[in-house]
Write a protein that binds this ligand. Sequence first.
Ligand code: SF4
Length: 372
Amino acid sequence: RVDLAERAARVEEIPPEVLRAYLGGRGLGAYLVRAEGRHRLDPLDPSAPFVVATGPLTGTAAPTASRTSATALSPLTNTLFDANSGGFFGIRLRRAGYDALWIEGRADAPVVLSVDPDGVRFEPAGDLRGLGNRAVQRALAERHGPKAAALTVGPAGETGSRLANVAHGERFFGRGGLGATWGAKNLKAVVVRGEEPIEVADPEGFAFVVRECRKWLSAHPVTSRGLPEFGTAVLMNVVNAVGALPARNFRESRFDRADTVSGEALREITVGKKACPGCPIACGRRIRLGGGEVQGPEFETLWAFGVDLGLADLAAVARLNLLANDLGLDTISAGATLAAARELWERGDLPWDPLEGGEAGVARLLEEMALG
Ligand code: SF4
């Protein structure tokens, strides 16, 4: 439990009955935020906690079990909010000996919180201020080595954008504007190192269940073919075909150019897959773009920038995805906001068309949304 204002931390035991009653990171995070009545605070009050919580399976051999929850009061919705990401952070946190990490308070200067089995350190982050997520992650990897896992915020989090996310490499705790709570805390990054093994109570029984789960995953067409072959974008043509693809700010349910931003189109420029640790599905994509190899957009981003904004241009959506991710802006929230603005313009309630400049215009607006 870390107080950035006091630059102090202590380890607290979570009673086993709480861990059982609120099984999993989402439940545990919600319990912890509510437990002291802090859920009534303003989300940007530095005393409002930001909690990273793992579940009992995080970091075990269970497939897809690298997922980790971030729970805080949402600056966007003003509700108790949970965002979820795969990756190494939760695994390292558990291997450092912690089920959850509670962060409160505002540091007097930008700070990187460094966590390991011996406790925490508060490292100055003045040199990282204003940097995008990719540069911060590179800098932290150089300082802390390849075995450290880092969460970061980009400029959007620092400026307090209510669309700001918290990044974990190429994965994100996306919705709810939780990145803005880091700006309110002067927190630029959290790094965790931990290498202790994670014990399971019944190794033999657990290994059996894991084998069975893997069999189910390899027998199901979605997890054995659809997601591995097309990534999450496999959904695009399917959802469009059944008339459930929200387009033009949810005014329509089909997009006549959905094929241009579909999983099939993405496959044409895919050069590799990316999996969260221990996941046999590997729904992440690496794609060819502008002579380089970059992170490919997920279904939700293809929908938000491609379908909801009507940008039927896969390369443009991929570039906007990279920009938003580096700025620390949630692509779903940002795309939906711009789509709503477009509808206002169409109805005569906004004097300028947010999509007038095409990709370049959207890129400018994303920067304005992030930088203030
Ligand atoms: S690779 Fe995809 S399916 Fe596997 S855990 Fe990560 S997000 Fe889930």
